[in-house]
Structure formats: C-alpha cells, structure tokens
Design a protein around this ligand. Structure first.
Ligand code: FES
Length: 352
C-alpha cells in the first residue's frame, strides 16, 4: 500500500522540517541541491493494525531472547561437559559448547533484531536535514578571546616578573625529559644479538628429544631430527630466546641427490643442518617429505627444497632457510663449524 492509496485524514501531519533546504540552479551554482525526495509513509504510520503487528513481532523477539537466556542457564547447569553430539555438517562436538553458543547467540540476535525492527517500523520516521555551519568562530568571538588572553597575560604580570616567567619556561621545557628517561626501560639495544645464535665452532648438535649429542649414525636417511646447541637446557632462563634462533632440522640425503654445491660442502656424508625457523614469519617448520626432500611450514605452507639449498619452491617465504656448516669431531659427534652465515628467521636479511 502506498501513501497515495491512503485517505487524506489517515496521513500523519507533515513536519515542517521534514525536507532540507532546496536551492535553485543558477549560473553560479549549476548543480543545485535537489533536496530530499518526498517522504513515503510506512504502513505502520497509517494503519494501526500493522503497527500492532510490528509491536507483537518486536515483543516476540524479545521474549525469544529471554527464553534463550533461560536455555543458556539451563544448559550450563544440566549438560555434562564430556557429552558430545553429532551436528550435521560439522560433525561431533561438545554438547555443552554447542548449547551455550546456540542459546547465547540466539538471545543476542533476538535483542538486536527486535531493536532494529522496532526502530524501522515504529519509531519516528521523520527525515531531518541538519544544516552545516562554518566551524570558524565569528569575528566578535575571536576578538573577545584575544582581548581576554591579553587581559590574562597583563593580570598575571608575566612580562614584568621575568624571574617567574623564565623559571616557568625552564620547568615546562624540562618536564618531558622524564618521559624520555623512561624510554631507557625499553631495555638495552639488541646490538648484534639478532645476527648471532648460540652456534659456534665446535658446538655439538644435541638431539632435542633425547638430549644426547648426535652421531652421524643416529641420523637415518629419510628421517627428520630436531637439534639444539650443546649447553642449552630447557630450564635455562634464556631457553626460549635462544632456541627461537638456534633450532635446527637435521636430515640425511644421499650425497648424489644434493644439487647445491655449497650445501654439499657444508654437509657431512649427506647430513645437512638447516634452521628450523621459517623465513616467512618465523613458525617452526615441522613437516618433511622424504621422497621429494621438501620441508613444509604448517603456518602458510611455504615449502623449501632441502636438496637444493633449501630454496623456496612454494609459498610466501622470501628466502631460503639458512644452512649451518657441520662436521664431525674427534670423538665422532656432529658439531657446528661456526654460526649461521646469515640471520635466521623472517624478513631480516634485507636489514642484515
Ligand atoms: S611462517 Fe612459514 S609460511 Fe608463514
């Protein structure tokens, strides 16, 4: 039903400010403001039965919200937290979590939907144009502010009492220094710490699972072993900081499968040691595909080819994984022959 079909006496009185100011096109202003379109009355404004229907719908939504909240409390009390249910197409999930999520979601949705329906159908529907005004204060107000300022300065005698003025300026100038001093608490500058790890010549490669130094015979072809530097223990205060830079992946390849010349030189009998820290955003790499010699970062699927200098063959990582040069000491244990030659981890090489 449009407002044209409604008897004149049923229409609500037009409000004077329902339409914005309309300007007329002229030479100076060829694109005149057309003003607001004619106001269309809603059915609820002209038909009391429709308004009552909307009122009942809003009340129904609020009532459903109340019932859902009661359902939330009842679910919390009554459903055991180890009970699971099957919900198509999600599968098995906790009955308690499902009931709590469903009831709370319904309660909040119904409050929102009720409020929106109320506003759209029953609250005032009058369009109001709010004219914009210049933000600048009128000239007389600006003059008064200047005059007040001058008067204040005169009464404070700041020009005459130079000692007070100068000490006040000194105090105000120095006060920010307190904030600058607090910046010291951001800690000592990292210096070259980010460029180095715990690896150094002669450090043994220790198996992260068994905590035992690795021998070449411990690394089987096709296996993936994680290693840390000798002397780094889990209970050390700096364990997390150091392992985040020094964690290694050890893989044994057939030497003839190694395509990269430097990789072959830095390996020992086909055993290669690479940083475990992804060069994208630093997740620990943990998946190894022995047929292809690819390692995969689980975070964003960057894939590195360990038989070809760990170059990136897929995904967002920007650089190959850094390789650690390794050898075997007199006692037959795998050892580092130095630190990584480039900073490990994400996007640091541009700054390195
Ligand atoms: S952190 Fe490895 S792919 Fe993003």
């Amino acid at each position: 039903m449009s407002s044209q079909d409604i008897p004149e006496e049923n229409l609500p009185a037009e409000q004077e400010h329902a339409h914005g100011a309309v300007s007329v096109a002229d030479e100076k202003n060829p694109f005149a403001d057309p003003g607001l379109p004619p106001h269309e009355h809603r059915i609820q404004d002209i038909d009391e039965r429709a308004a009552r229907r909307s009122e009942r719908m809003v009340a129904l939504l609020f009532t459903v919200s109340m019932l859902a909240t009661i359902g939330f409390i009842a679910s919390y009390v009554a459903i055991p937290h180890d009970k699971s249910i099957f919900v198509f197409p999600i599968g098995h999930l906790s009955a308690l979590n499902f009931a709590l999520g469903l009831t709370l979601g319904l309660a909040l949705f119904c409050i929102g939907a009720g409020a929106v329906h109320w506003a759209r159908t029953l609250m005032s529907d009058v369009e109001i144009a709010d004219e914009r005004h210049p933000i600048e204060a009128p000239a007389d107000v600006r003059e008064k502010v200047h005059a007040d300022f001058k008067q204040g300065a005169k009464e404070s005698a700041i020009g005459r009492r130079k000692l007070i003025r100068n000490t006040m300026l000194g105090a105000v100038a120095l006060v920010p220094l307190s904030g600058v001093m607090l910046l010291r608490d951001l800690g000592p500058l990292p210096g070259t710490k980010l460029r180095h790890t715990m690896w150094s010549k002669g450090k043994l490669l220790v198996n992260m699972n068994t905590n035992e130094p690795l021998r070449p015979s411990d690394v089987a072809v096709g296996s993936l072993t994680f290693a840390k530097p000798e002397g780094l223990e889990e209970h050390d205060e700096n364990f997390q900081t150091e392992i985040a830079k020094a964690a290694l992946m050890i893989v044994r390849l057939q030497p003839e499968n190694i395509k990269d010349k430097r990789e072959l030189e830095w390996s020992h009998e086909g055993i290669v040691a690479y940083s475990k820290i992804c060069t994208h955003v630093g997740c620990p790499i943990s998946l190894y595909e022995q047929q292809t010699h690819h390692v995969l970062c689980p975070c964003h699927q960057s894939t590195f080819d360990l038989s070809d200098g760990a170059r990136v063959i897929f995904g967002p990582a920007g650089h190959a994984l850094p390789q650690l040069r390794i050898g075997v000491n007199d006692e037959g244990y795998l050892e580092a022959l130095g630190d990584f030659e480039e900073p490990v981890g994400p996007a640091f090489w541009e700054r390195g």
